[in-house]
Structures are given as structure tokens and as C-alpha cells.
Ligand binder design. Structure first.
Ligand SMILES: [Cu+2]
Length: 352
């Protein structure tokens, strides 16, 4: 017969208050940026500016609430189990099997079923339906957006306007966005205005874009699409219908001709160098479509899919070495002299 050796009781763990405090501080430190970056600011799903994103945010809060109740319930039951644990020598107070079985049924089957069915119904019957692709007849404006590695091409069907990365729409107007891709799968996402929509090569998807109030709404490609994916931002400008119309009328026009001597040199250089083999400037011999249309590049607020501001200095830095700004990007470093870059910047700055 085996003899069972009694283990000596484990020494009670001493709780080191200082260590706990340090761990807590570390936890807060690690969590704080996630909370601040993920849930606030210009790209937040929780700051909706359209009826459909409002519903999405509400659904999110309801899911958080339901999950919090379930989580706290589970933690409470664990605590209860621990308080009522079997302690040798003491009478066990939890010897009620009928009660235990009932709790398993209620907390393990009934509550999850009710919560999941309610959330499924709210999400599918209500939120997804009301944020779904619009029927073209219910919209007032159509915009075509084409994803590229790593920028957005933007067309306004029925006009000759073409632009990149900055989409203007009239405020309080239902806009039908047709989304597709020129290369890999991207995803068009402007969290405060619309739900996500995948951009798939050879396929056209639709999403309703609507802004309840004027403003600039940030967006981001949300489908990993290669090295510069994180630098594939987009901006939506929702403005009064009159200023939208004048913006669109300007976009539809061909480029202005260069005026200043420096800008004229820049224009000649642009047309005779590799720039013109990748970019289009409407009204000039530059007709290529590898990179963004630059016909009115000076009227944008940002460059390189919102990676940098559109200032003379940033533009010069971009033309000098795009790879230093957006590594892996499809625009090569062309080894231009400082003088050539200055001429090109003078030219592009005139393209309002
Ligand atoms: Cu992308």
C-alpha cells in the first residue's frame, strides 16, 4: 500500500504592495495610448456624423454594455466559487447540486442565447440594413473611388473632374460611392460617415456616404494592402452645396499654364522627364495614370494619401526623395538636383 505523504502547507504568499502598485501603473501606461488613440480623434467610429454611423456607434455601445454585464457576471460567479471553495476541515457549504445545475443552464445557455439573438437581430435586421449600399435612385451624387497601392483615385462621373485622396461632397446629401481597385484588395473606410467597403479588383461595391454637418472627415484603408498600407489615408470634405459646386467646376477644368519663369522651367522639366510618364496633368502632354492626377494638385491640403501636408517644403521633400517619406512607395527617387526640384515645386504650386 502506498503511503501518501502530506505536503507541508504552502507558506502564505506575501502581497508586496509596492510591486502591485508598480504593475498597476505599468498596466495603465500600456492601456492608455490604446484607449486614447483607438477611440478618439478624427477617425473615430464613436464620433458619428451621419445617421448610419450613429446606428453603428449605438450598436457598439449596446454590445459593450451586454459584454460588460456578461463579463461581470462571470467574474462574480468565479468570485463566488472561490469564496465557497472546499476548505479541508471546514464543512462545505456549496453542496447543492440542483442549484449548481440550474446556474449552468441559466448562465451558460439561457443568458448567452438571449444576448446573442438580441444582438444578431439588432445588427442584421436594423443596423446593417439601414447602412447598406444605397439604391442609385435614392442618392443625389455619384463618386467613383479606385484604390491603388497606396493612394485613392477619385472620379466624379458625368464631369471631367479627377482628383486623388481628398474627396469633396456636399453636406447633407446622399452620395453613392462606387468602390473598386486597380491592383490588390483595399477597403474604403471613413469611420464617422460610413461603414467599411472592400475595394476588389474587377468588382464594383457601393457604399452610402453622408455627412450630417460640414467638416473634414479622416479615413483609412482598412485592408492590409502592402508595405505602405498604413500610409493610405483619405479625407472627405463635406461642404455647403454652393462651395462644393464651385470646387467641382474648378476640378473639371484643365490645368492653368505656368506663369512665373521658375514655374515655366518646372513645367518643361515635368513634361520632358519621367514625371510625365507616370502622372496626368490635363491640358498638357502629361497623360499617364500610374500616379495621381496632378491637374489641381495645389488645391489639395495633403499629399501622398494624407501622409504629409501640401506645403512647398513638404512637396520639395517628396519630389527629392519620396521613399524617405513613404517607404516602399511606387514613386521612385529620381535623383534630381535642388534647382530642378525648386522649379518643379514652383510649377506644381501654381496648379490650383
Ligand atoms: Cu490599401
Amino acid at each position: 500500500m502506498r503511503t501518501q505523504r502530506r505536503r507541508p502547507p504552502a507558506p502564505a504568499a506575501r502581497v508586496d504592495a509596492g510591486r502591485v502598485a508598480r504593475l498597476l501603473r505599468l498596466g495603465v501606461l500600456l492601456l492608455a495610448p490604446a484607449l486614447v488613440c483607438g477611440c478618439g480623434g478624427r477617425r473615430s467610429t464613436l464620433a458619428p456624423h451621419s445617421p448610419q454611423t450613429h446606428l453603428i456607434a449605438m450598436l457598439w455601445w449596446w454590445m459593450l454594455g451586454a459584454a460588460a454585464v456578461v463579463f461581470l457576471g462571470a467574474v462574480g460567479l468565479i468570485a463566488l466559487a472561490w469564496l465557497r471553495r472546499r476548505v479541508p476541515g471546514l464543512p462545505f457549504v456549496g453542496e447543492r447540486e440542483d442549484l449548481a445545475g440550474g446556474m449552468v443552464v441559466v448562465f451558460g445557455i439561457v443568458i448567452p442565447l438571449v444576448v446573442l439573438i438580441a444582438l444578431f437581430a439588432a445588427a442584421n435586421l436594423y443596423v446593417i440594413r439601414s447602412s447598406a449600399a444605397p439604391s442609385p435612385r435614392s442618392t443625389r451624387l455619384a463618386v467613383d473611388v479606385i484604390g491603388h497601392q497606396w493612394w485613392w483615385e477619385v472620379w466624379y462621373p458625368g464631369t471631367s473632374a479627377v482628383t486623388a485622396n481628398e474627396i469633396h461632397i456636399p453636406v447633407r446629401t446622399r452620395v453613392d460611392v462606387t468602390a473598386t481597385s486597380a491592383d490588390v484588395i483595399h477597403s474604403f473606410w471613413v469611420p464617422r460617415l460610413a461603414r467599411k467597403i472592400d475595394m476588389i479588383p474587377g468588382r464594383e461595391n457601393h457604399v452610402l456616404l453622408y455627412a450630417s454637418s460640414p467638416g473634414v472627415y479622416g479615413g483609412q484603408c482598412s485592408e492590409f494592402c502592402g508595405v505602405a498600407h498604413a500610409y493610405m489615408g483619405v479625407r472627405v470634405f463635406a461642404e455647403a452645396p454652393a462651395s462644393f459646386q464651385s470646387w467641382l467646376a474648378n476640378m473639371a477644368k484643365p490645368a492653368l499654364t505656368a506663369k512665373a519663369a521658375e514655374a515655366r522651367r518646372g513645367e518643361r522639366l515635368f513634361m520632358s522627364s519621367q514625371c510625365a510618364s507616370c502622372h496626368q496633368i490635363r491640358g498638357t502632354p502629361a497623360q499617364a495614370t500610374v500616379g495621381p492626377d496632378l491637374t489641381h494638385v495645389a488645391s489639395r491640403t495633403s499629399l501622398a494619401a494624407t501622409t504629409i501636408a501640401n506645403s512647398a517644403g513638404e512637396l520639395a521633400a517628396w519630389i527629392t526623395n519620396p521613399q524617405a517619406i513613404k517607404s516602399g512607395d511606387r514613386m521612385p527617387d529620381l535623383g534630381l538636383s535642388q534647382g530642378e526640384v525648386a522649379d518643379l515645386v514652383a510649377y506644381l504650386e501654381e496648379l490650383r
